[in-house]
Design a protein around this ligand. Structure first.
Ligand SMILES: Cc1cc2nc3c(=O)[nH]c(=O)nc-3n(C[C@H](O)[C@H](O)[C@H](O)COP(=O)(O)OP(=O)(O)OC[C@H]3O[C@@H](n4cnc5c(N)ncnc54)[C@H](O)[C@@H]3O)c2cc1C
Length: 282
């Protein structure tokens, strides 16, 4: 077996649903049966060719249809640069609004992933443009110093928030550099969400942050969802489901699984997560 065959077995099987829409549906049914909700993401980013963006848009349309037809407990999450943020903002707006309105009709929630800092403004603008009619949310990264102000803007406009630490390599001019600072900001943003939002997701594998959220919820009694990446900390997420928490798994699918997997493996921050997730019982 060559490297790619080996990697396919090791990585695609564990973290990615597979290459096709059918794979995504199959994995979602399986995870729904285990008590998880899923967020489906079609792999792809930094697209420059209009034809590729149109194809990504068409896949999301097919995905919405499949979620509806199969009555999956699932929503979708789009990477802004796969529909033109950063290269063709006019197309991005049109594609996003088409996807969101098809999703609303099918009672499917649409999330926007957050990519690196140069796309944050355009991503927020997309979400705000659709916030009045609801069913849209956006990822906010606690490593960015600007996030305290961004989170207020999007919550006030009625967007849902998926709170994460952040996965890109950013300069210390705009991002907190130490683990403590990123986590302290996560906690502070989380407090804001508990006080002011009833539509947010605590997306982390960090036990300390999840326990802090559970503690806060004894006071605020929100409908909190906890989210993890598919295949990471399986036994912990199962345990959360068992104790009655609402748990959502982020499940990518698509032909570009190899790029995605190599990039994640290269990101040192993820390496320990990735390796630990391969251990039995993780
Ligand atoms: C649902 C979801 C959606 C995301 N969307 C985005 C996005 O749109 N944009 C973006 O920039 N980033 C996104 N991310 C990635 C995120 O920004 C972080 O890079 C990633 O989640 C790792 O950070 P962490 O909070 O899990 O904590 P980490 O600091 O990586 O890990 C925290 C702690 O968790 C524990 N832990 C983790 N894994 C294991 C394990 N296998 N076994 C035992 N203990 C373990 C350890 O105690 C570890 O110290 C998303 C993450 C999730 C879960």
């Amino acid at each position: 077996m060559g490297l790619s065959g080996f990697a396919e077995k090791l990585i695609a099987g564990r973290w990615i649903a597979g290459a096709t829409l059918d794979d995504a549906v199959r994995r979602s049914k399986q995870l729904n049966g285990m008590g998880y909700k899923v967020t489906l993401n079609y792999l792809g980013e930094a697209l420059r060719e209009k034809a590729e963006m149109e194809r990504a848009t068409a896949v999301y349309m097919g995905l919405i249809n499949a979620i509806h037809r199969n009555r999956l407990n699932a929503d979708i999450s789009i990477k802004p640069t796969q529909i033109g943020v950063g290269s063709d903002v006019g197309y991005a707006k049109k594609a996003y609004s088409g996807i969101v309105s098809a999703a609303r009709n099918a009672h499917v929630y649409t999330w926007l992933d957050m990519e690196s800092h140069q796309y944050v403004d355009a991503t927020i603008r997309l979400c705000l443009g659709e916030s009045k009619k609801g069913m849209v949310g956006i990822c906010i990264q606690s490593y960015l110093k600007r996030s305290a102000s961004d989170i207020r803007r999007v919550v006030r406009a009625g967007c849902g928030v998926r709170l994460v630490k952040g996965a890109y390599s950013e300069s210390s001019r705009i991002a907190y550099a130490s683990r403590d600072a990123v986590e302290n900001n996560y906690i502070s943003l989380m407090h804001y969400l508990f006080r002011h939002s009833d539509n947010f997701i605590i997306a982390t594998h960090d036990t300390r942050l999840i326990e802090e959220a559970e503690e806060l919820n004894k006071t605020y009694r929100r409908h909190v969802e906890y989210a993890m990446l598919n295949g990471i900390r399986n036994s912990y997420s199962k345990m959360l489901v068992k104790r009655g928490e609402s748990v959502l798994l982020y499940v990518p699918f698509g032909e570009k699984w190899l790029d995605y997997s190599y990039r994640r493996l290269r990101e040192l921050g993820h390496l320990s997560l990735v390796l630990r997730s391969l251990l039995p019982g993780s």
